[in-house]
Design a protein around this ligand. Structure first.
Ligand code: ATP
Length: 583
C-alpha cells in the first residue's frame, strides 16, 4: 500500500469520534492491506514503529522536527515555528509549508513499508552526531511525501498523532476485515492478552489464519496482560465461588512487577506493561541471583520491607521508588522485596494453562521463602469463612491491604478479571469497599485561591470496555491538596485537547478537555444513580456517579486509561454496597 493511501485513512479516522465509524474505516483499511504490511500499519496507527512496550522511540523533540520541516520545504526554522504556533500542531505546519513550497519534483510515492523503514532507521541512530542524522533523515523523508502524508509523519516523532484508537477497536476491525463479522475478536484478544503486541497478532492472523492465532503462546520479553481479581461482598459468597478449598495470600500494597528472565537477561514490566527494568536495579540483581531457572516469567508485588523487623512499609513509602531519577541512590535507601505470587512460564514452556496449585509448586521450586529480594508470597489453604476472616485480620494487622483468594484449579487468565481471583480489601466506615480508578477527562479552571494553579476541579470517568469509550462518573472539586492541584495543572498542560477527544462520551463539558491518559484512584462514600453522568446510562437516562469523591493517589505510572475501573465493575460495586448494608 502507498503511504499516501494510509494517510487518507488517517484523515478519515481523525475526522470521527464515533466508534462504529472508526471500526468501519479501519476494517476497510485492513481489507486493503497485505500480510506483510498489516503489522506495520497497526504500529503506525498508534504512532509507533514497534509494540508499545519496546523502548523504541523516534527520540525527536519539537525543535529537531521543526529544523527537519524547515530544511525539507526550504524555510527558516523561525518560519516553521510561526506556522506551528498559528496552527497548534507540527503536522499541520508541515502540511501547510509543503503545500506552499515550490517543490514540484515528481514525488516517488513511497510505500507504507518504506516509510516505516525510514522511521525505524531514525529510531536506531545513536552515538555521535545522532541529532543531525535524525534531522536529516526526517528531512529527506518529508521531501518525498505529499502534504497530507507529511502532516502525519511529522506528528509521529512528537507523539501528537492522536487518532484515539484503542486495542479493542483494532481487534474488532481486524475480525471484520477478514471475516464477515466481529466474532473472531475473542480469539484475537486472547492472543493480544498473551503477547501485548497488536502488530504480531495482526500479522499472524493475516499470514497464517485464525487457527494459528488460537495457539499463540506467551513469549519471554513480551509483557503478559495481567490477570485481575473480582470483588465479592462476603466470605460466604467467596466460598460459594471458590469451592471447598482455595488458596489465600496476603494482598500486598506495593506495585505489581512482571519479571522476565532468560539466561542472564532480565526485563521488568509494570502493571500497565511499561518496561521498568532501569527503575529497579535491585530487583534485576535479585532476579539474577535468586531465581533458579533458565527462563521464567513470574509475577509479584514489590513493596518496601524491613527484613529485620519484618515490617511492610505503607504504599506512600514504596511509591517513592517510582521516581525516575536517582534510581541507584533510592534502591539503596529504600530496598524493595518482590513477593512472588504466580509463575507463567518456566524453562521454555508456557504454563499459564496449568492449574494454580501446580503453578504454585513450580513457583516454590524456583523461588524460596528465605530469599532476600525475591521471596515467595505466603500462602494458606483455606476452607471456611472463619479461616478467611482470621487470615484477613492477620494481614491487616501486619499493615497489608487485605487478602487475595485464588481458585486452586484455575489457569492463569491473561488480561481477565474473573472469579478465579477474589480480592478483599480493608475499608473504613462510610466508604465503598473499593476505590475506583478513574480517568481524567477534563479540567475546570480555578477560581479564587485556585486561580494560581489554573485548576479548580476535575471531570473524571471510567472505561466502558465493551464500547471502548470513556464515560463520565464524577466531578471532583474538593479533597485535593494544593500540591495535588499543582500536579494536575502540570499534567494537564501536556494532555490538554483542543476539543472533546475521540472515545470520550460525556454530556458535561469542562473548561478544557484532556486526552484520556491519566488514571487517578478515587475513594468515594457511595455510588449513586445520576441523570448527569454517562457511566452505565440506561434506557431511562440514569447513569452512575460517585458521592463525596476524593483523590487517593495518582496512578499515572502503573495504569493506562484502559486499565481504569470499567462500567461493569462500577455496576457491581453499586450492587455490592446494598449487600454490605444488609449485613
Ligand atoms: P488494586 O487497585 O486493588 O491494586 P487492580 O485493578 O490493580 O486493583 P485487582 O485485580 O483489583 O487489580 O487486584 C489485584 C492487584 O493486587 C494486582 O494487580 C497486584 O498488584 C496486587 N496484589 C497484591 N498482592 C497480590 C497477590 N498475592 N496476588 C495477586 N495480586 C496481588
Amino acid at each position: 500500500m502507498k503511504f499516501s493511501k494510509l494517510a487518507e485513512y488517517y484523515e478519515k479516522l481523525e475526522a470521527t469520534s464515533k466508534r462504529l465509524e472508526l471500526i468501519d474505516i479501519l476494517s476497510k483499511l485492513f481489507k486493503e492491506s497485505n500480510a506483510d504490511e498489516i503489522g506495520k500499519i497497526c504500529y503506525l496507527l498508534q504512532g509507533r514503529v514497534a509494540p508499545f512496550f519496546e523502548p523504541i522511540e523516534l527520540g525527536m523533540a519539537e525543535n529537531m522536527v521543526a529544523v527537519a520541516v524547515a530544511r525539507a520545504f526550504n524555510k527558516e526554522k523561525a518560519d516553521v515555528i510561526k506556522v506551528y504556533r498559528k496552527l497548534g500542531n507540527m503536522g499541520k505546519a508541515a502540511e501547510e509549508l509543503s503545500n506552499n513550497s515550490q517543490l514540484t519534483t515528481n514525488k516517488p510515492q513511497l510505500s507504507v513499508s518504506e516509510v516505516f523503514g525510514e522511521l525505524l532507521k531514525i529510531s536506531r541512530f545513536s552515538g555521535e552526531g545522532t541529532v543531525e542524522k535524525k534531522v536529516s533523515a526526517l528531512c529527506d523523508l518529508l521531501k518525498k511525501l505529499d502534504p497530507i502524508s507529511a502532516k502525519h509523519v511529522a506528528n509521529i516523532p512528537l507523539g501528537t498523532l492522536r487518532l484515539g484508537i484503542g486495542a479493542p477497536t483494532v481487534l474488532d476491525s481486524l475480525s471484520l476485515a477478514k471475516h464477515k463479522d466481529k466474532t473472531l475478536r475473542p480469539v484475537l484478544e486472547d492472543a493480544y492478552n498473551k503477547t501485548s503486541d497488536l502488530g504480531f497478532v495482526a500479522q499472524t492472523f493475516f499470514k497464517k489464519g485464525i487457527d494459528v492465532v488460537r495457539k499463540t503462546e506467551i513469549i519471554v520479553g513480551n509483557p503478559v496482560r495481567p490477570a485481575l481479581a473480582e470483588r465479592l461482598p462476603s466470605a460466604e459468597e467467596a466460598i460459594k465461588r471458590l469451592g471447598k478449598e482455595f488458596a489465600g495470600e496476603p494482598k500486598f500494597d506495593g506495585f505489581r512487577v512482571q519479571v522476565h528472565l532468560s539466561g542472564s537477561s532480565v526485563k521488568l514490566f509494570s502493571r500497565n506493561l511499561e518496561n521498568t527494568t532501569l527503575a529497579f536495579p535491585d530487583i534485576v540483581e535479585g532476579a539474577k541471583k535468586e531465581i533458579k531457572a533458565k527462563s521464567v516469567i513470574l509475577e509479584g508485588e514489590a513493596i518496601a520491607f524491613n527484613p529485620e523487623t519484618h515490617e511492610f512499609l505503607p504504599f506512600q513509602e514504596t511509591s517513592k521508588r517510582r521516581r525516575k531519577y536517582k534510581v541507584d541512590e533510592m534502591a539503596k535507601k529504600l530496598p524493595l522485596v518482590l513477593f512472588a505470587f504466580d509463575i507463567l512460564y518456566l524453562n521454555g514452556k508456557d504454563i499459564t494453562e496449568k492449574p494454580y496449585k501446580e503453578r504454585r509448586k513450580l513457583l516454590e521450586s524456583v523461588v524460596s521463602k528465605a530469599g532476600n529480594i525475591i521471596r515467595i508470597a505466603e500462602e494458606k489453604k483455606l476452607k471456611s469463612a472463619k479461616e478467611i476472616t482470621d487470615f484477613f485480620n492477620e494481614a491487616i494487622s501486619e499493615g497489608l491491604e487485605g487478602l487475595m483468594l485464588k481458585k486452586l484449579d484455575s489457569p492463569y487468565i491473561a488480561g481477565g478479571r474473573g472469579f478465579h481471583w477474589v480480592k478483599f480489601k480493608r475499608s473504613q466506615a462510610g466508604q465503598l469497599t473499593d476505590s475506583v480508578d478513574c480517568v481524567l477527562l477534563g479540567v475546570y479552571s480555578g477560581k479564587g485561591k485556585r486561580t494560581e494553579f489554573g485548576v479548580g476541579g476535575l471531570l473524571v470517568g471510567v472505561y466502558d470496555n465493551k464500547k471502548d469509550e470513556f464515560v463520565s462518573i464524577s466531578r471532583i472539586g474538593t479533597g485535593l491538596t494544593d500540591d495535588e492541584f499543582r500536579k494536575i495543572s502540570e499534567i494537564s498542560k501536556h494532555i490538554r485537547a483542543e476539543h472533546k477527544p475521540a472515545r470520550v462520551n460525556s454530556d458535561i463539558t469542562p473548561s478544557f478537555w484532556t486526552e484520556p491518559k491519566v488514571v487517578l484512584e478515587i475513594q468515594a462514600d457511595e455510588i449513586t444513580r445520576s441523570p448527569i453522568h454517562t457511566a452505565g446510562r440506561d434506557k431511562e437516562g440514569l447513569g452512575y456517579a460517585l458521592r463525596f469523591p476524593r483523590l487517593v493517589k495518582f496512578r499515572e505510572n502503573d495504569k493506562q486509561a484502559e486499565d481504569a475501573t470499567t462500567v461493569f465493575e462500577v455496576v457491581k460495586l453499586y450492587s455490592l454496597q446494598f449487600s454490605h448494608y444488609k449485613k
